[in-house]
Ligand binder design. Sequence first.
Ligand code: SF4
Ligand code: SF4
Length: 441
Amino acid sequence: MALTFRGGAHPPEGKALSEDKPLERLPLSKEIIIPLSQHIGKPANPLVKKGDEVKTGQVLAEADGFISAPVHSSVTGKVTKIAKGPTPSGYPKEAILIKPSEEEEKEFFDPLDPDSVEPEQIIERVQKAGLVGQGGAAFPTSVKLSPPKGKEIDWLIINGAECEPYLTRDYRMMIEEPDAVVAGLKLLMKAVGVKKGGVGIETNKPKAIEAMTEAVKNVENVEVYPLKTKYPQGAEKMLIKAITGKEVPPGKLPLDVGAVVQNVGTARAVYRAVKEGEPPYEVALTVTGGGIKEPKNLYVRVGTPIKDVIEFCGGLTDDAERVIVGGPMMGVAQYDLGAPVLKATSGILALTKKEAAKSAETPCLRCGKCVDVCPVNLLPTRLALLSRRERFEDAEDVGVMTCMECGTCVYVCPANIPLVHWIRLGKQEVAALQRKRRAAS
Ligand code: SF4
Ligand code: SF4
């Protein structure tokens, strides 16, 4: 029987639009915009200036501290400007603008032998290559691979669930390059020093389960785990519970139960960073939704404007209503299609008026549906109400910080209350309160 977790929901999958489209490469854009902050943590410090010639893979900005990541050039060309530019988050950020040249020259790291490389060398390479998690939060991968002393880690889990509706890039990667993903998993296991590896894949992806099972068949202590198709099966805590049976307690991290979770794309990127010396200068993403004329799965250079990616897919349909970066459950609506694709961008979704239609908000019906589906046992309606009334300390007491913003409660709410909007606001305010308390103590 397929493994799963308590709660969750079954939004329409929408994957048929793009699941049979092999990954292809987008031609170079006329201008590339590389933000200095594409990760959680401090922005990187620029090492180049206007007028400099840069090569593909060259480091453009260095990490500023432990929780930060360097950024690299995704093209060969000339730096035209360093200035604030649009980002998919909606907040303008400092970015390096590059005009690509016709000839491409690459400046990668020296290749390392995946069979003989030492754990410290893997972590160093991952850090220098600026790899960040591709599951959305863009946490620097090297930090996740460096657990504090005394933390015993037994599991390295690859998230192949791809539970966000519409997205199919991980699926394509697993069926097109299963050996690279498994080679990356082996390197990640070596880096952290764990014996057990697992790949969790939802049962709506039988071809991926088959390809990955074949790819791990001669790898010791690694298994593929078919998971029930249910949102948010790919959330770290849900994945760990389904595969290891361990529950990550509220306020704790996967490390606290001995697990590290990485995305399919991260595993492939680790393999390429080690074997080819390649920093993540391109990212795999799905361009889809009823509002895209020709849905596709693409490798896109980091820094490519979203509008160029959409244009390569035939453009928007006449009834396209909303463009989202990411999936429909956790993605962010876009107001400026000049914003660039980042290292952690997983998809570009254009919804039609019909797909995006939402009825007006009504008062809470006290139906309890949001409580039934919350995978981490929260009371979403109460959290939203406390945040709305600015009772942030009370919201903290009832666990607002445990919310993973998966959006399942919003999806089932018959009153169309923007629960996550209020919860997110509550989290920001509680985080500020906690910072103040720390500073005062
Ligand atoms: S409260 Fe948070 S974790 Fe629970 S369903 Fe809503 S968004 Fe997901
Ligand atoms: S699902 Fe919506 S209407 Fe039902 S209790 Fe939760 S917030 Fe209220």
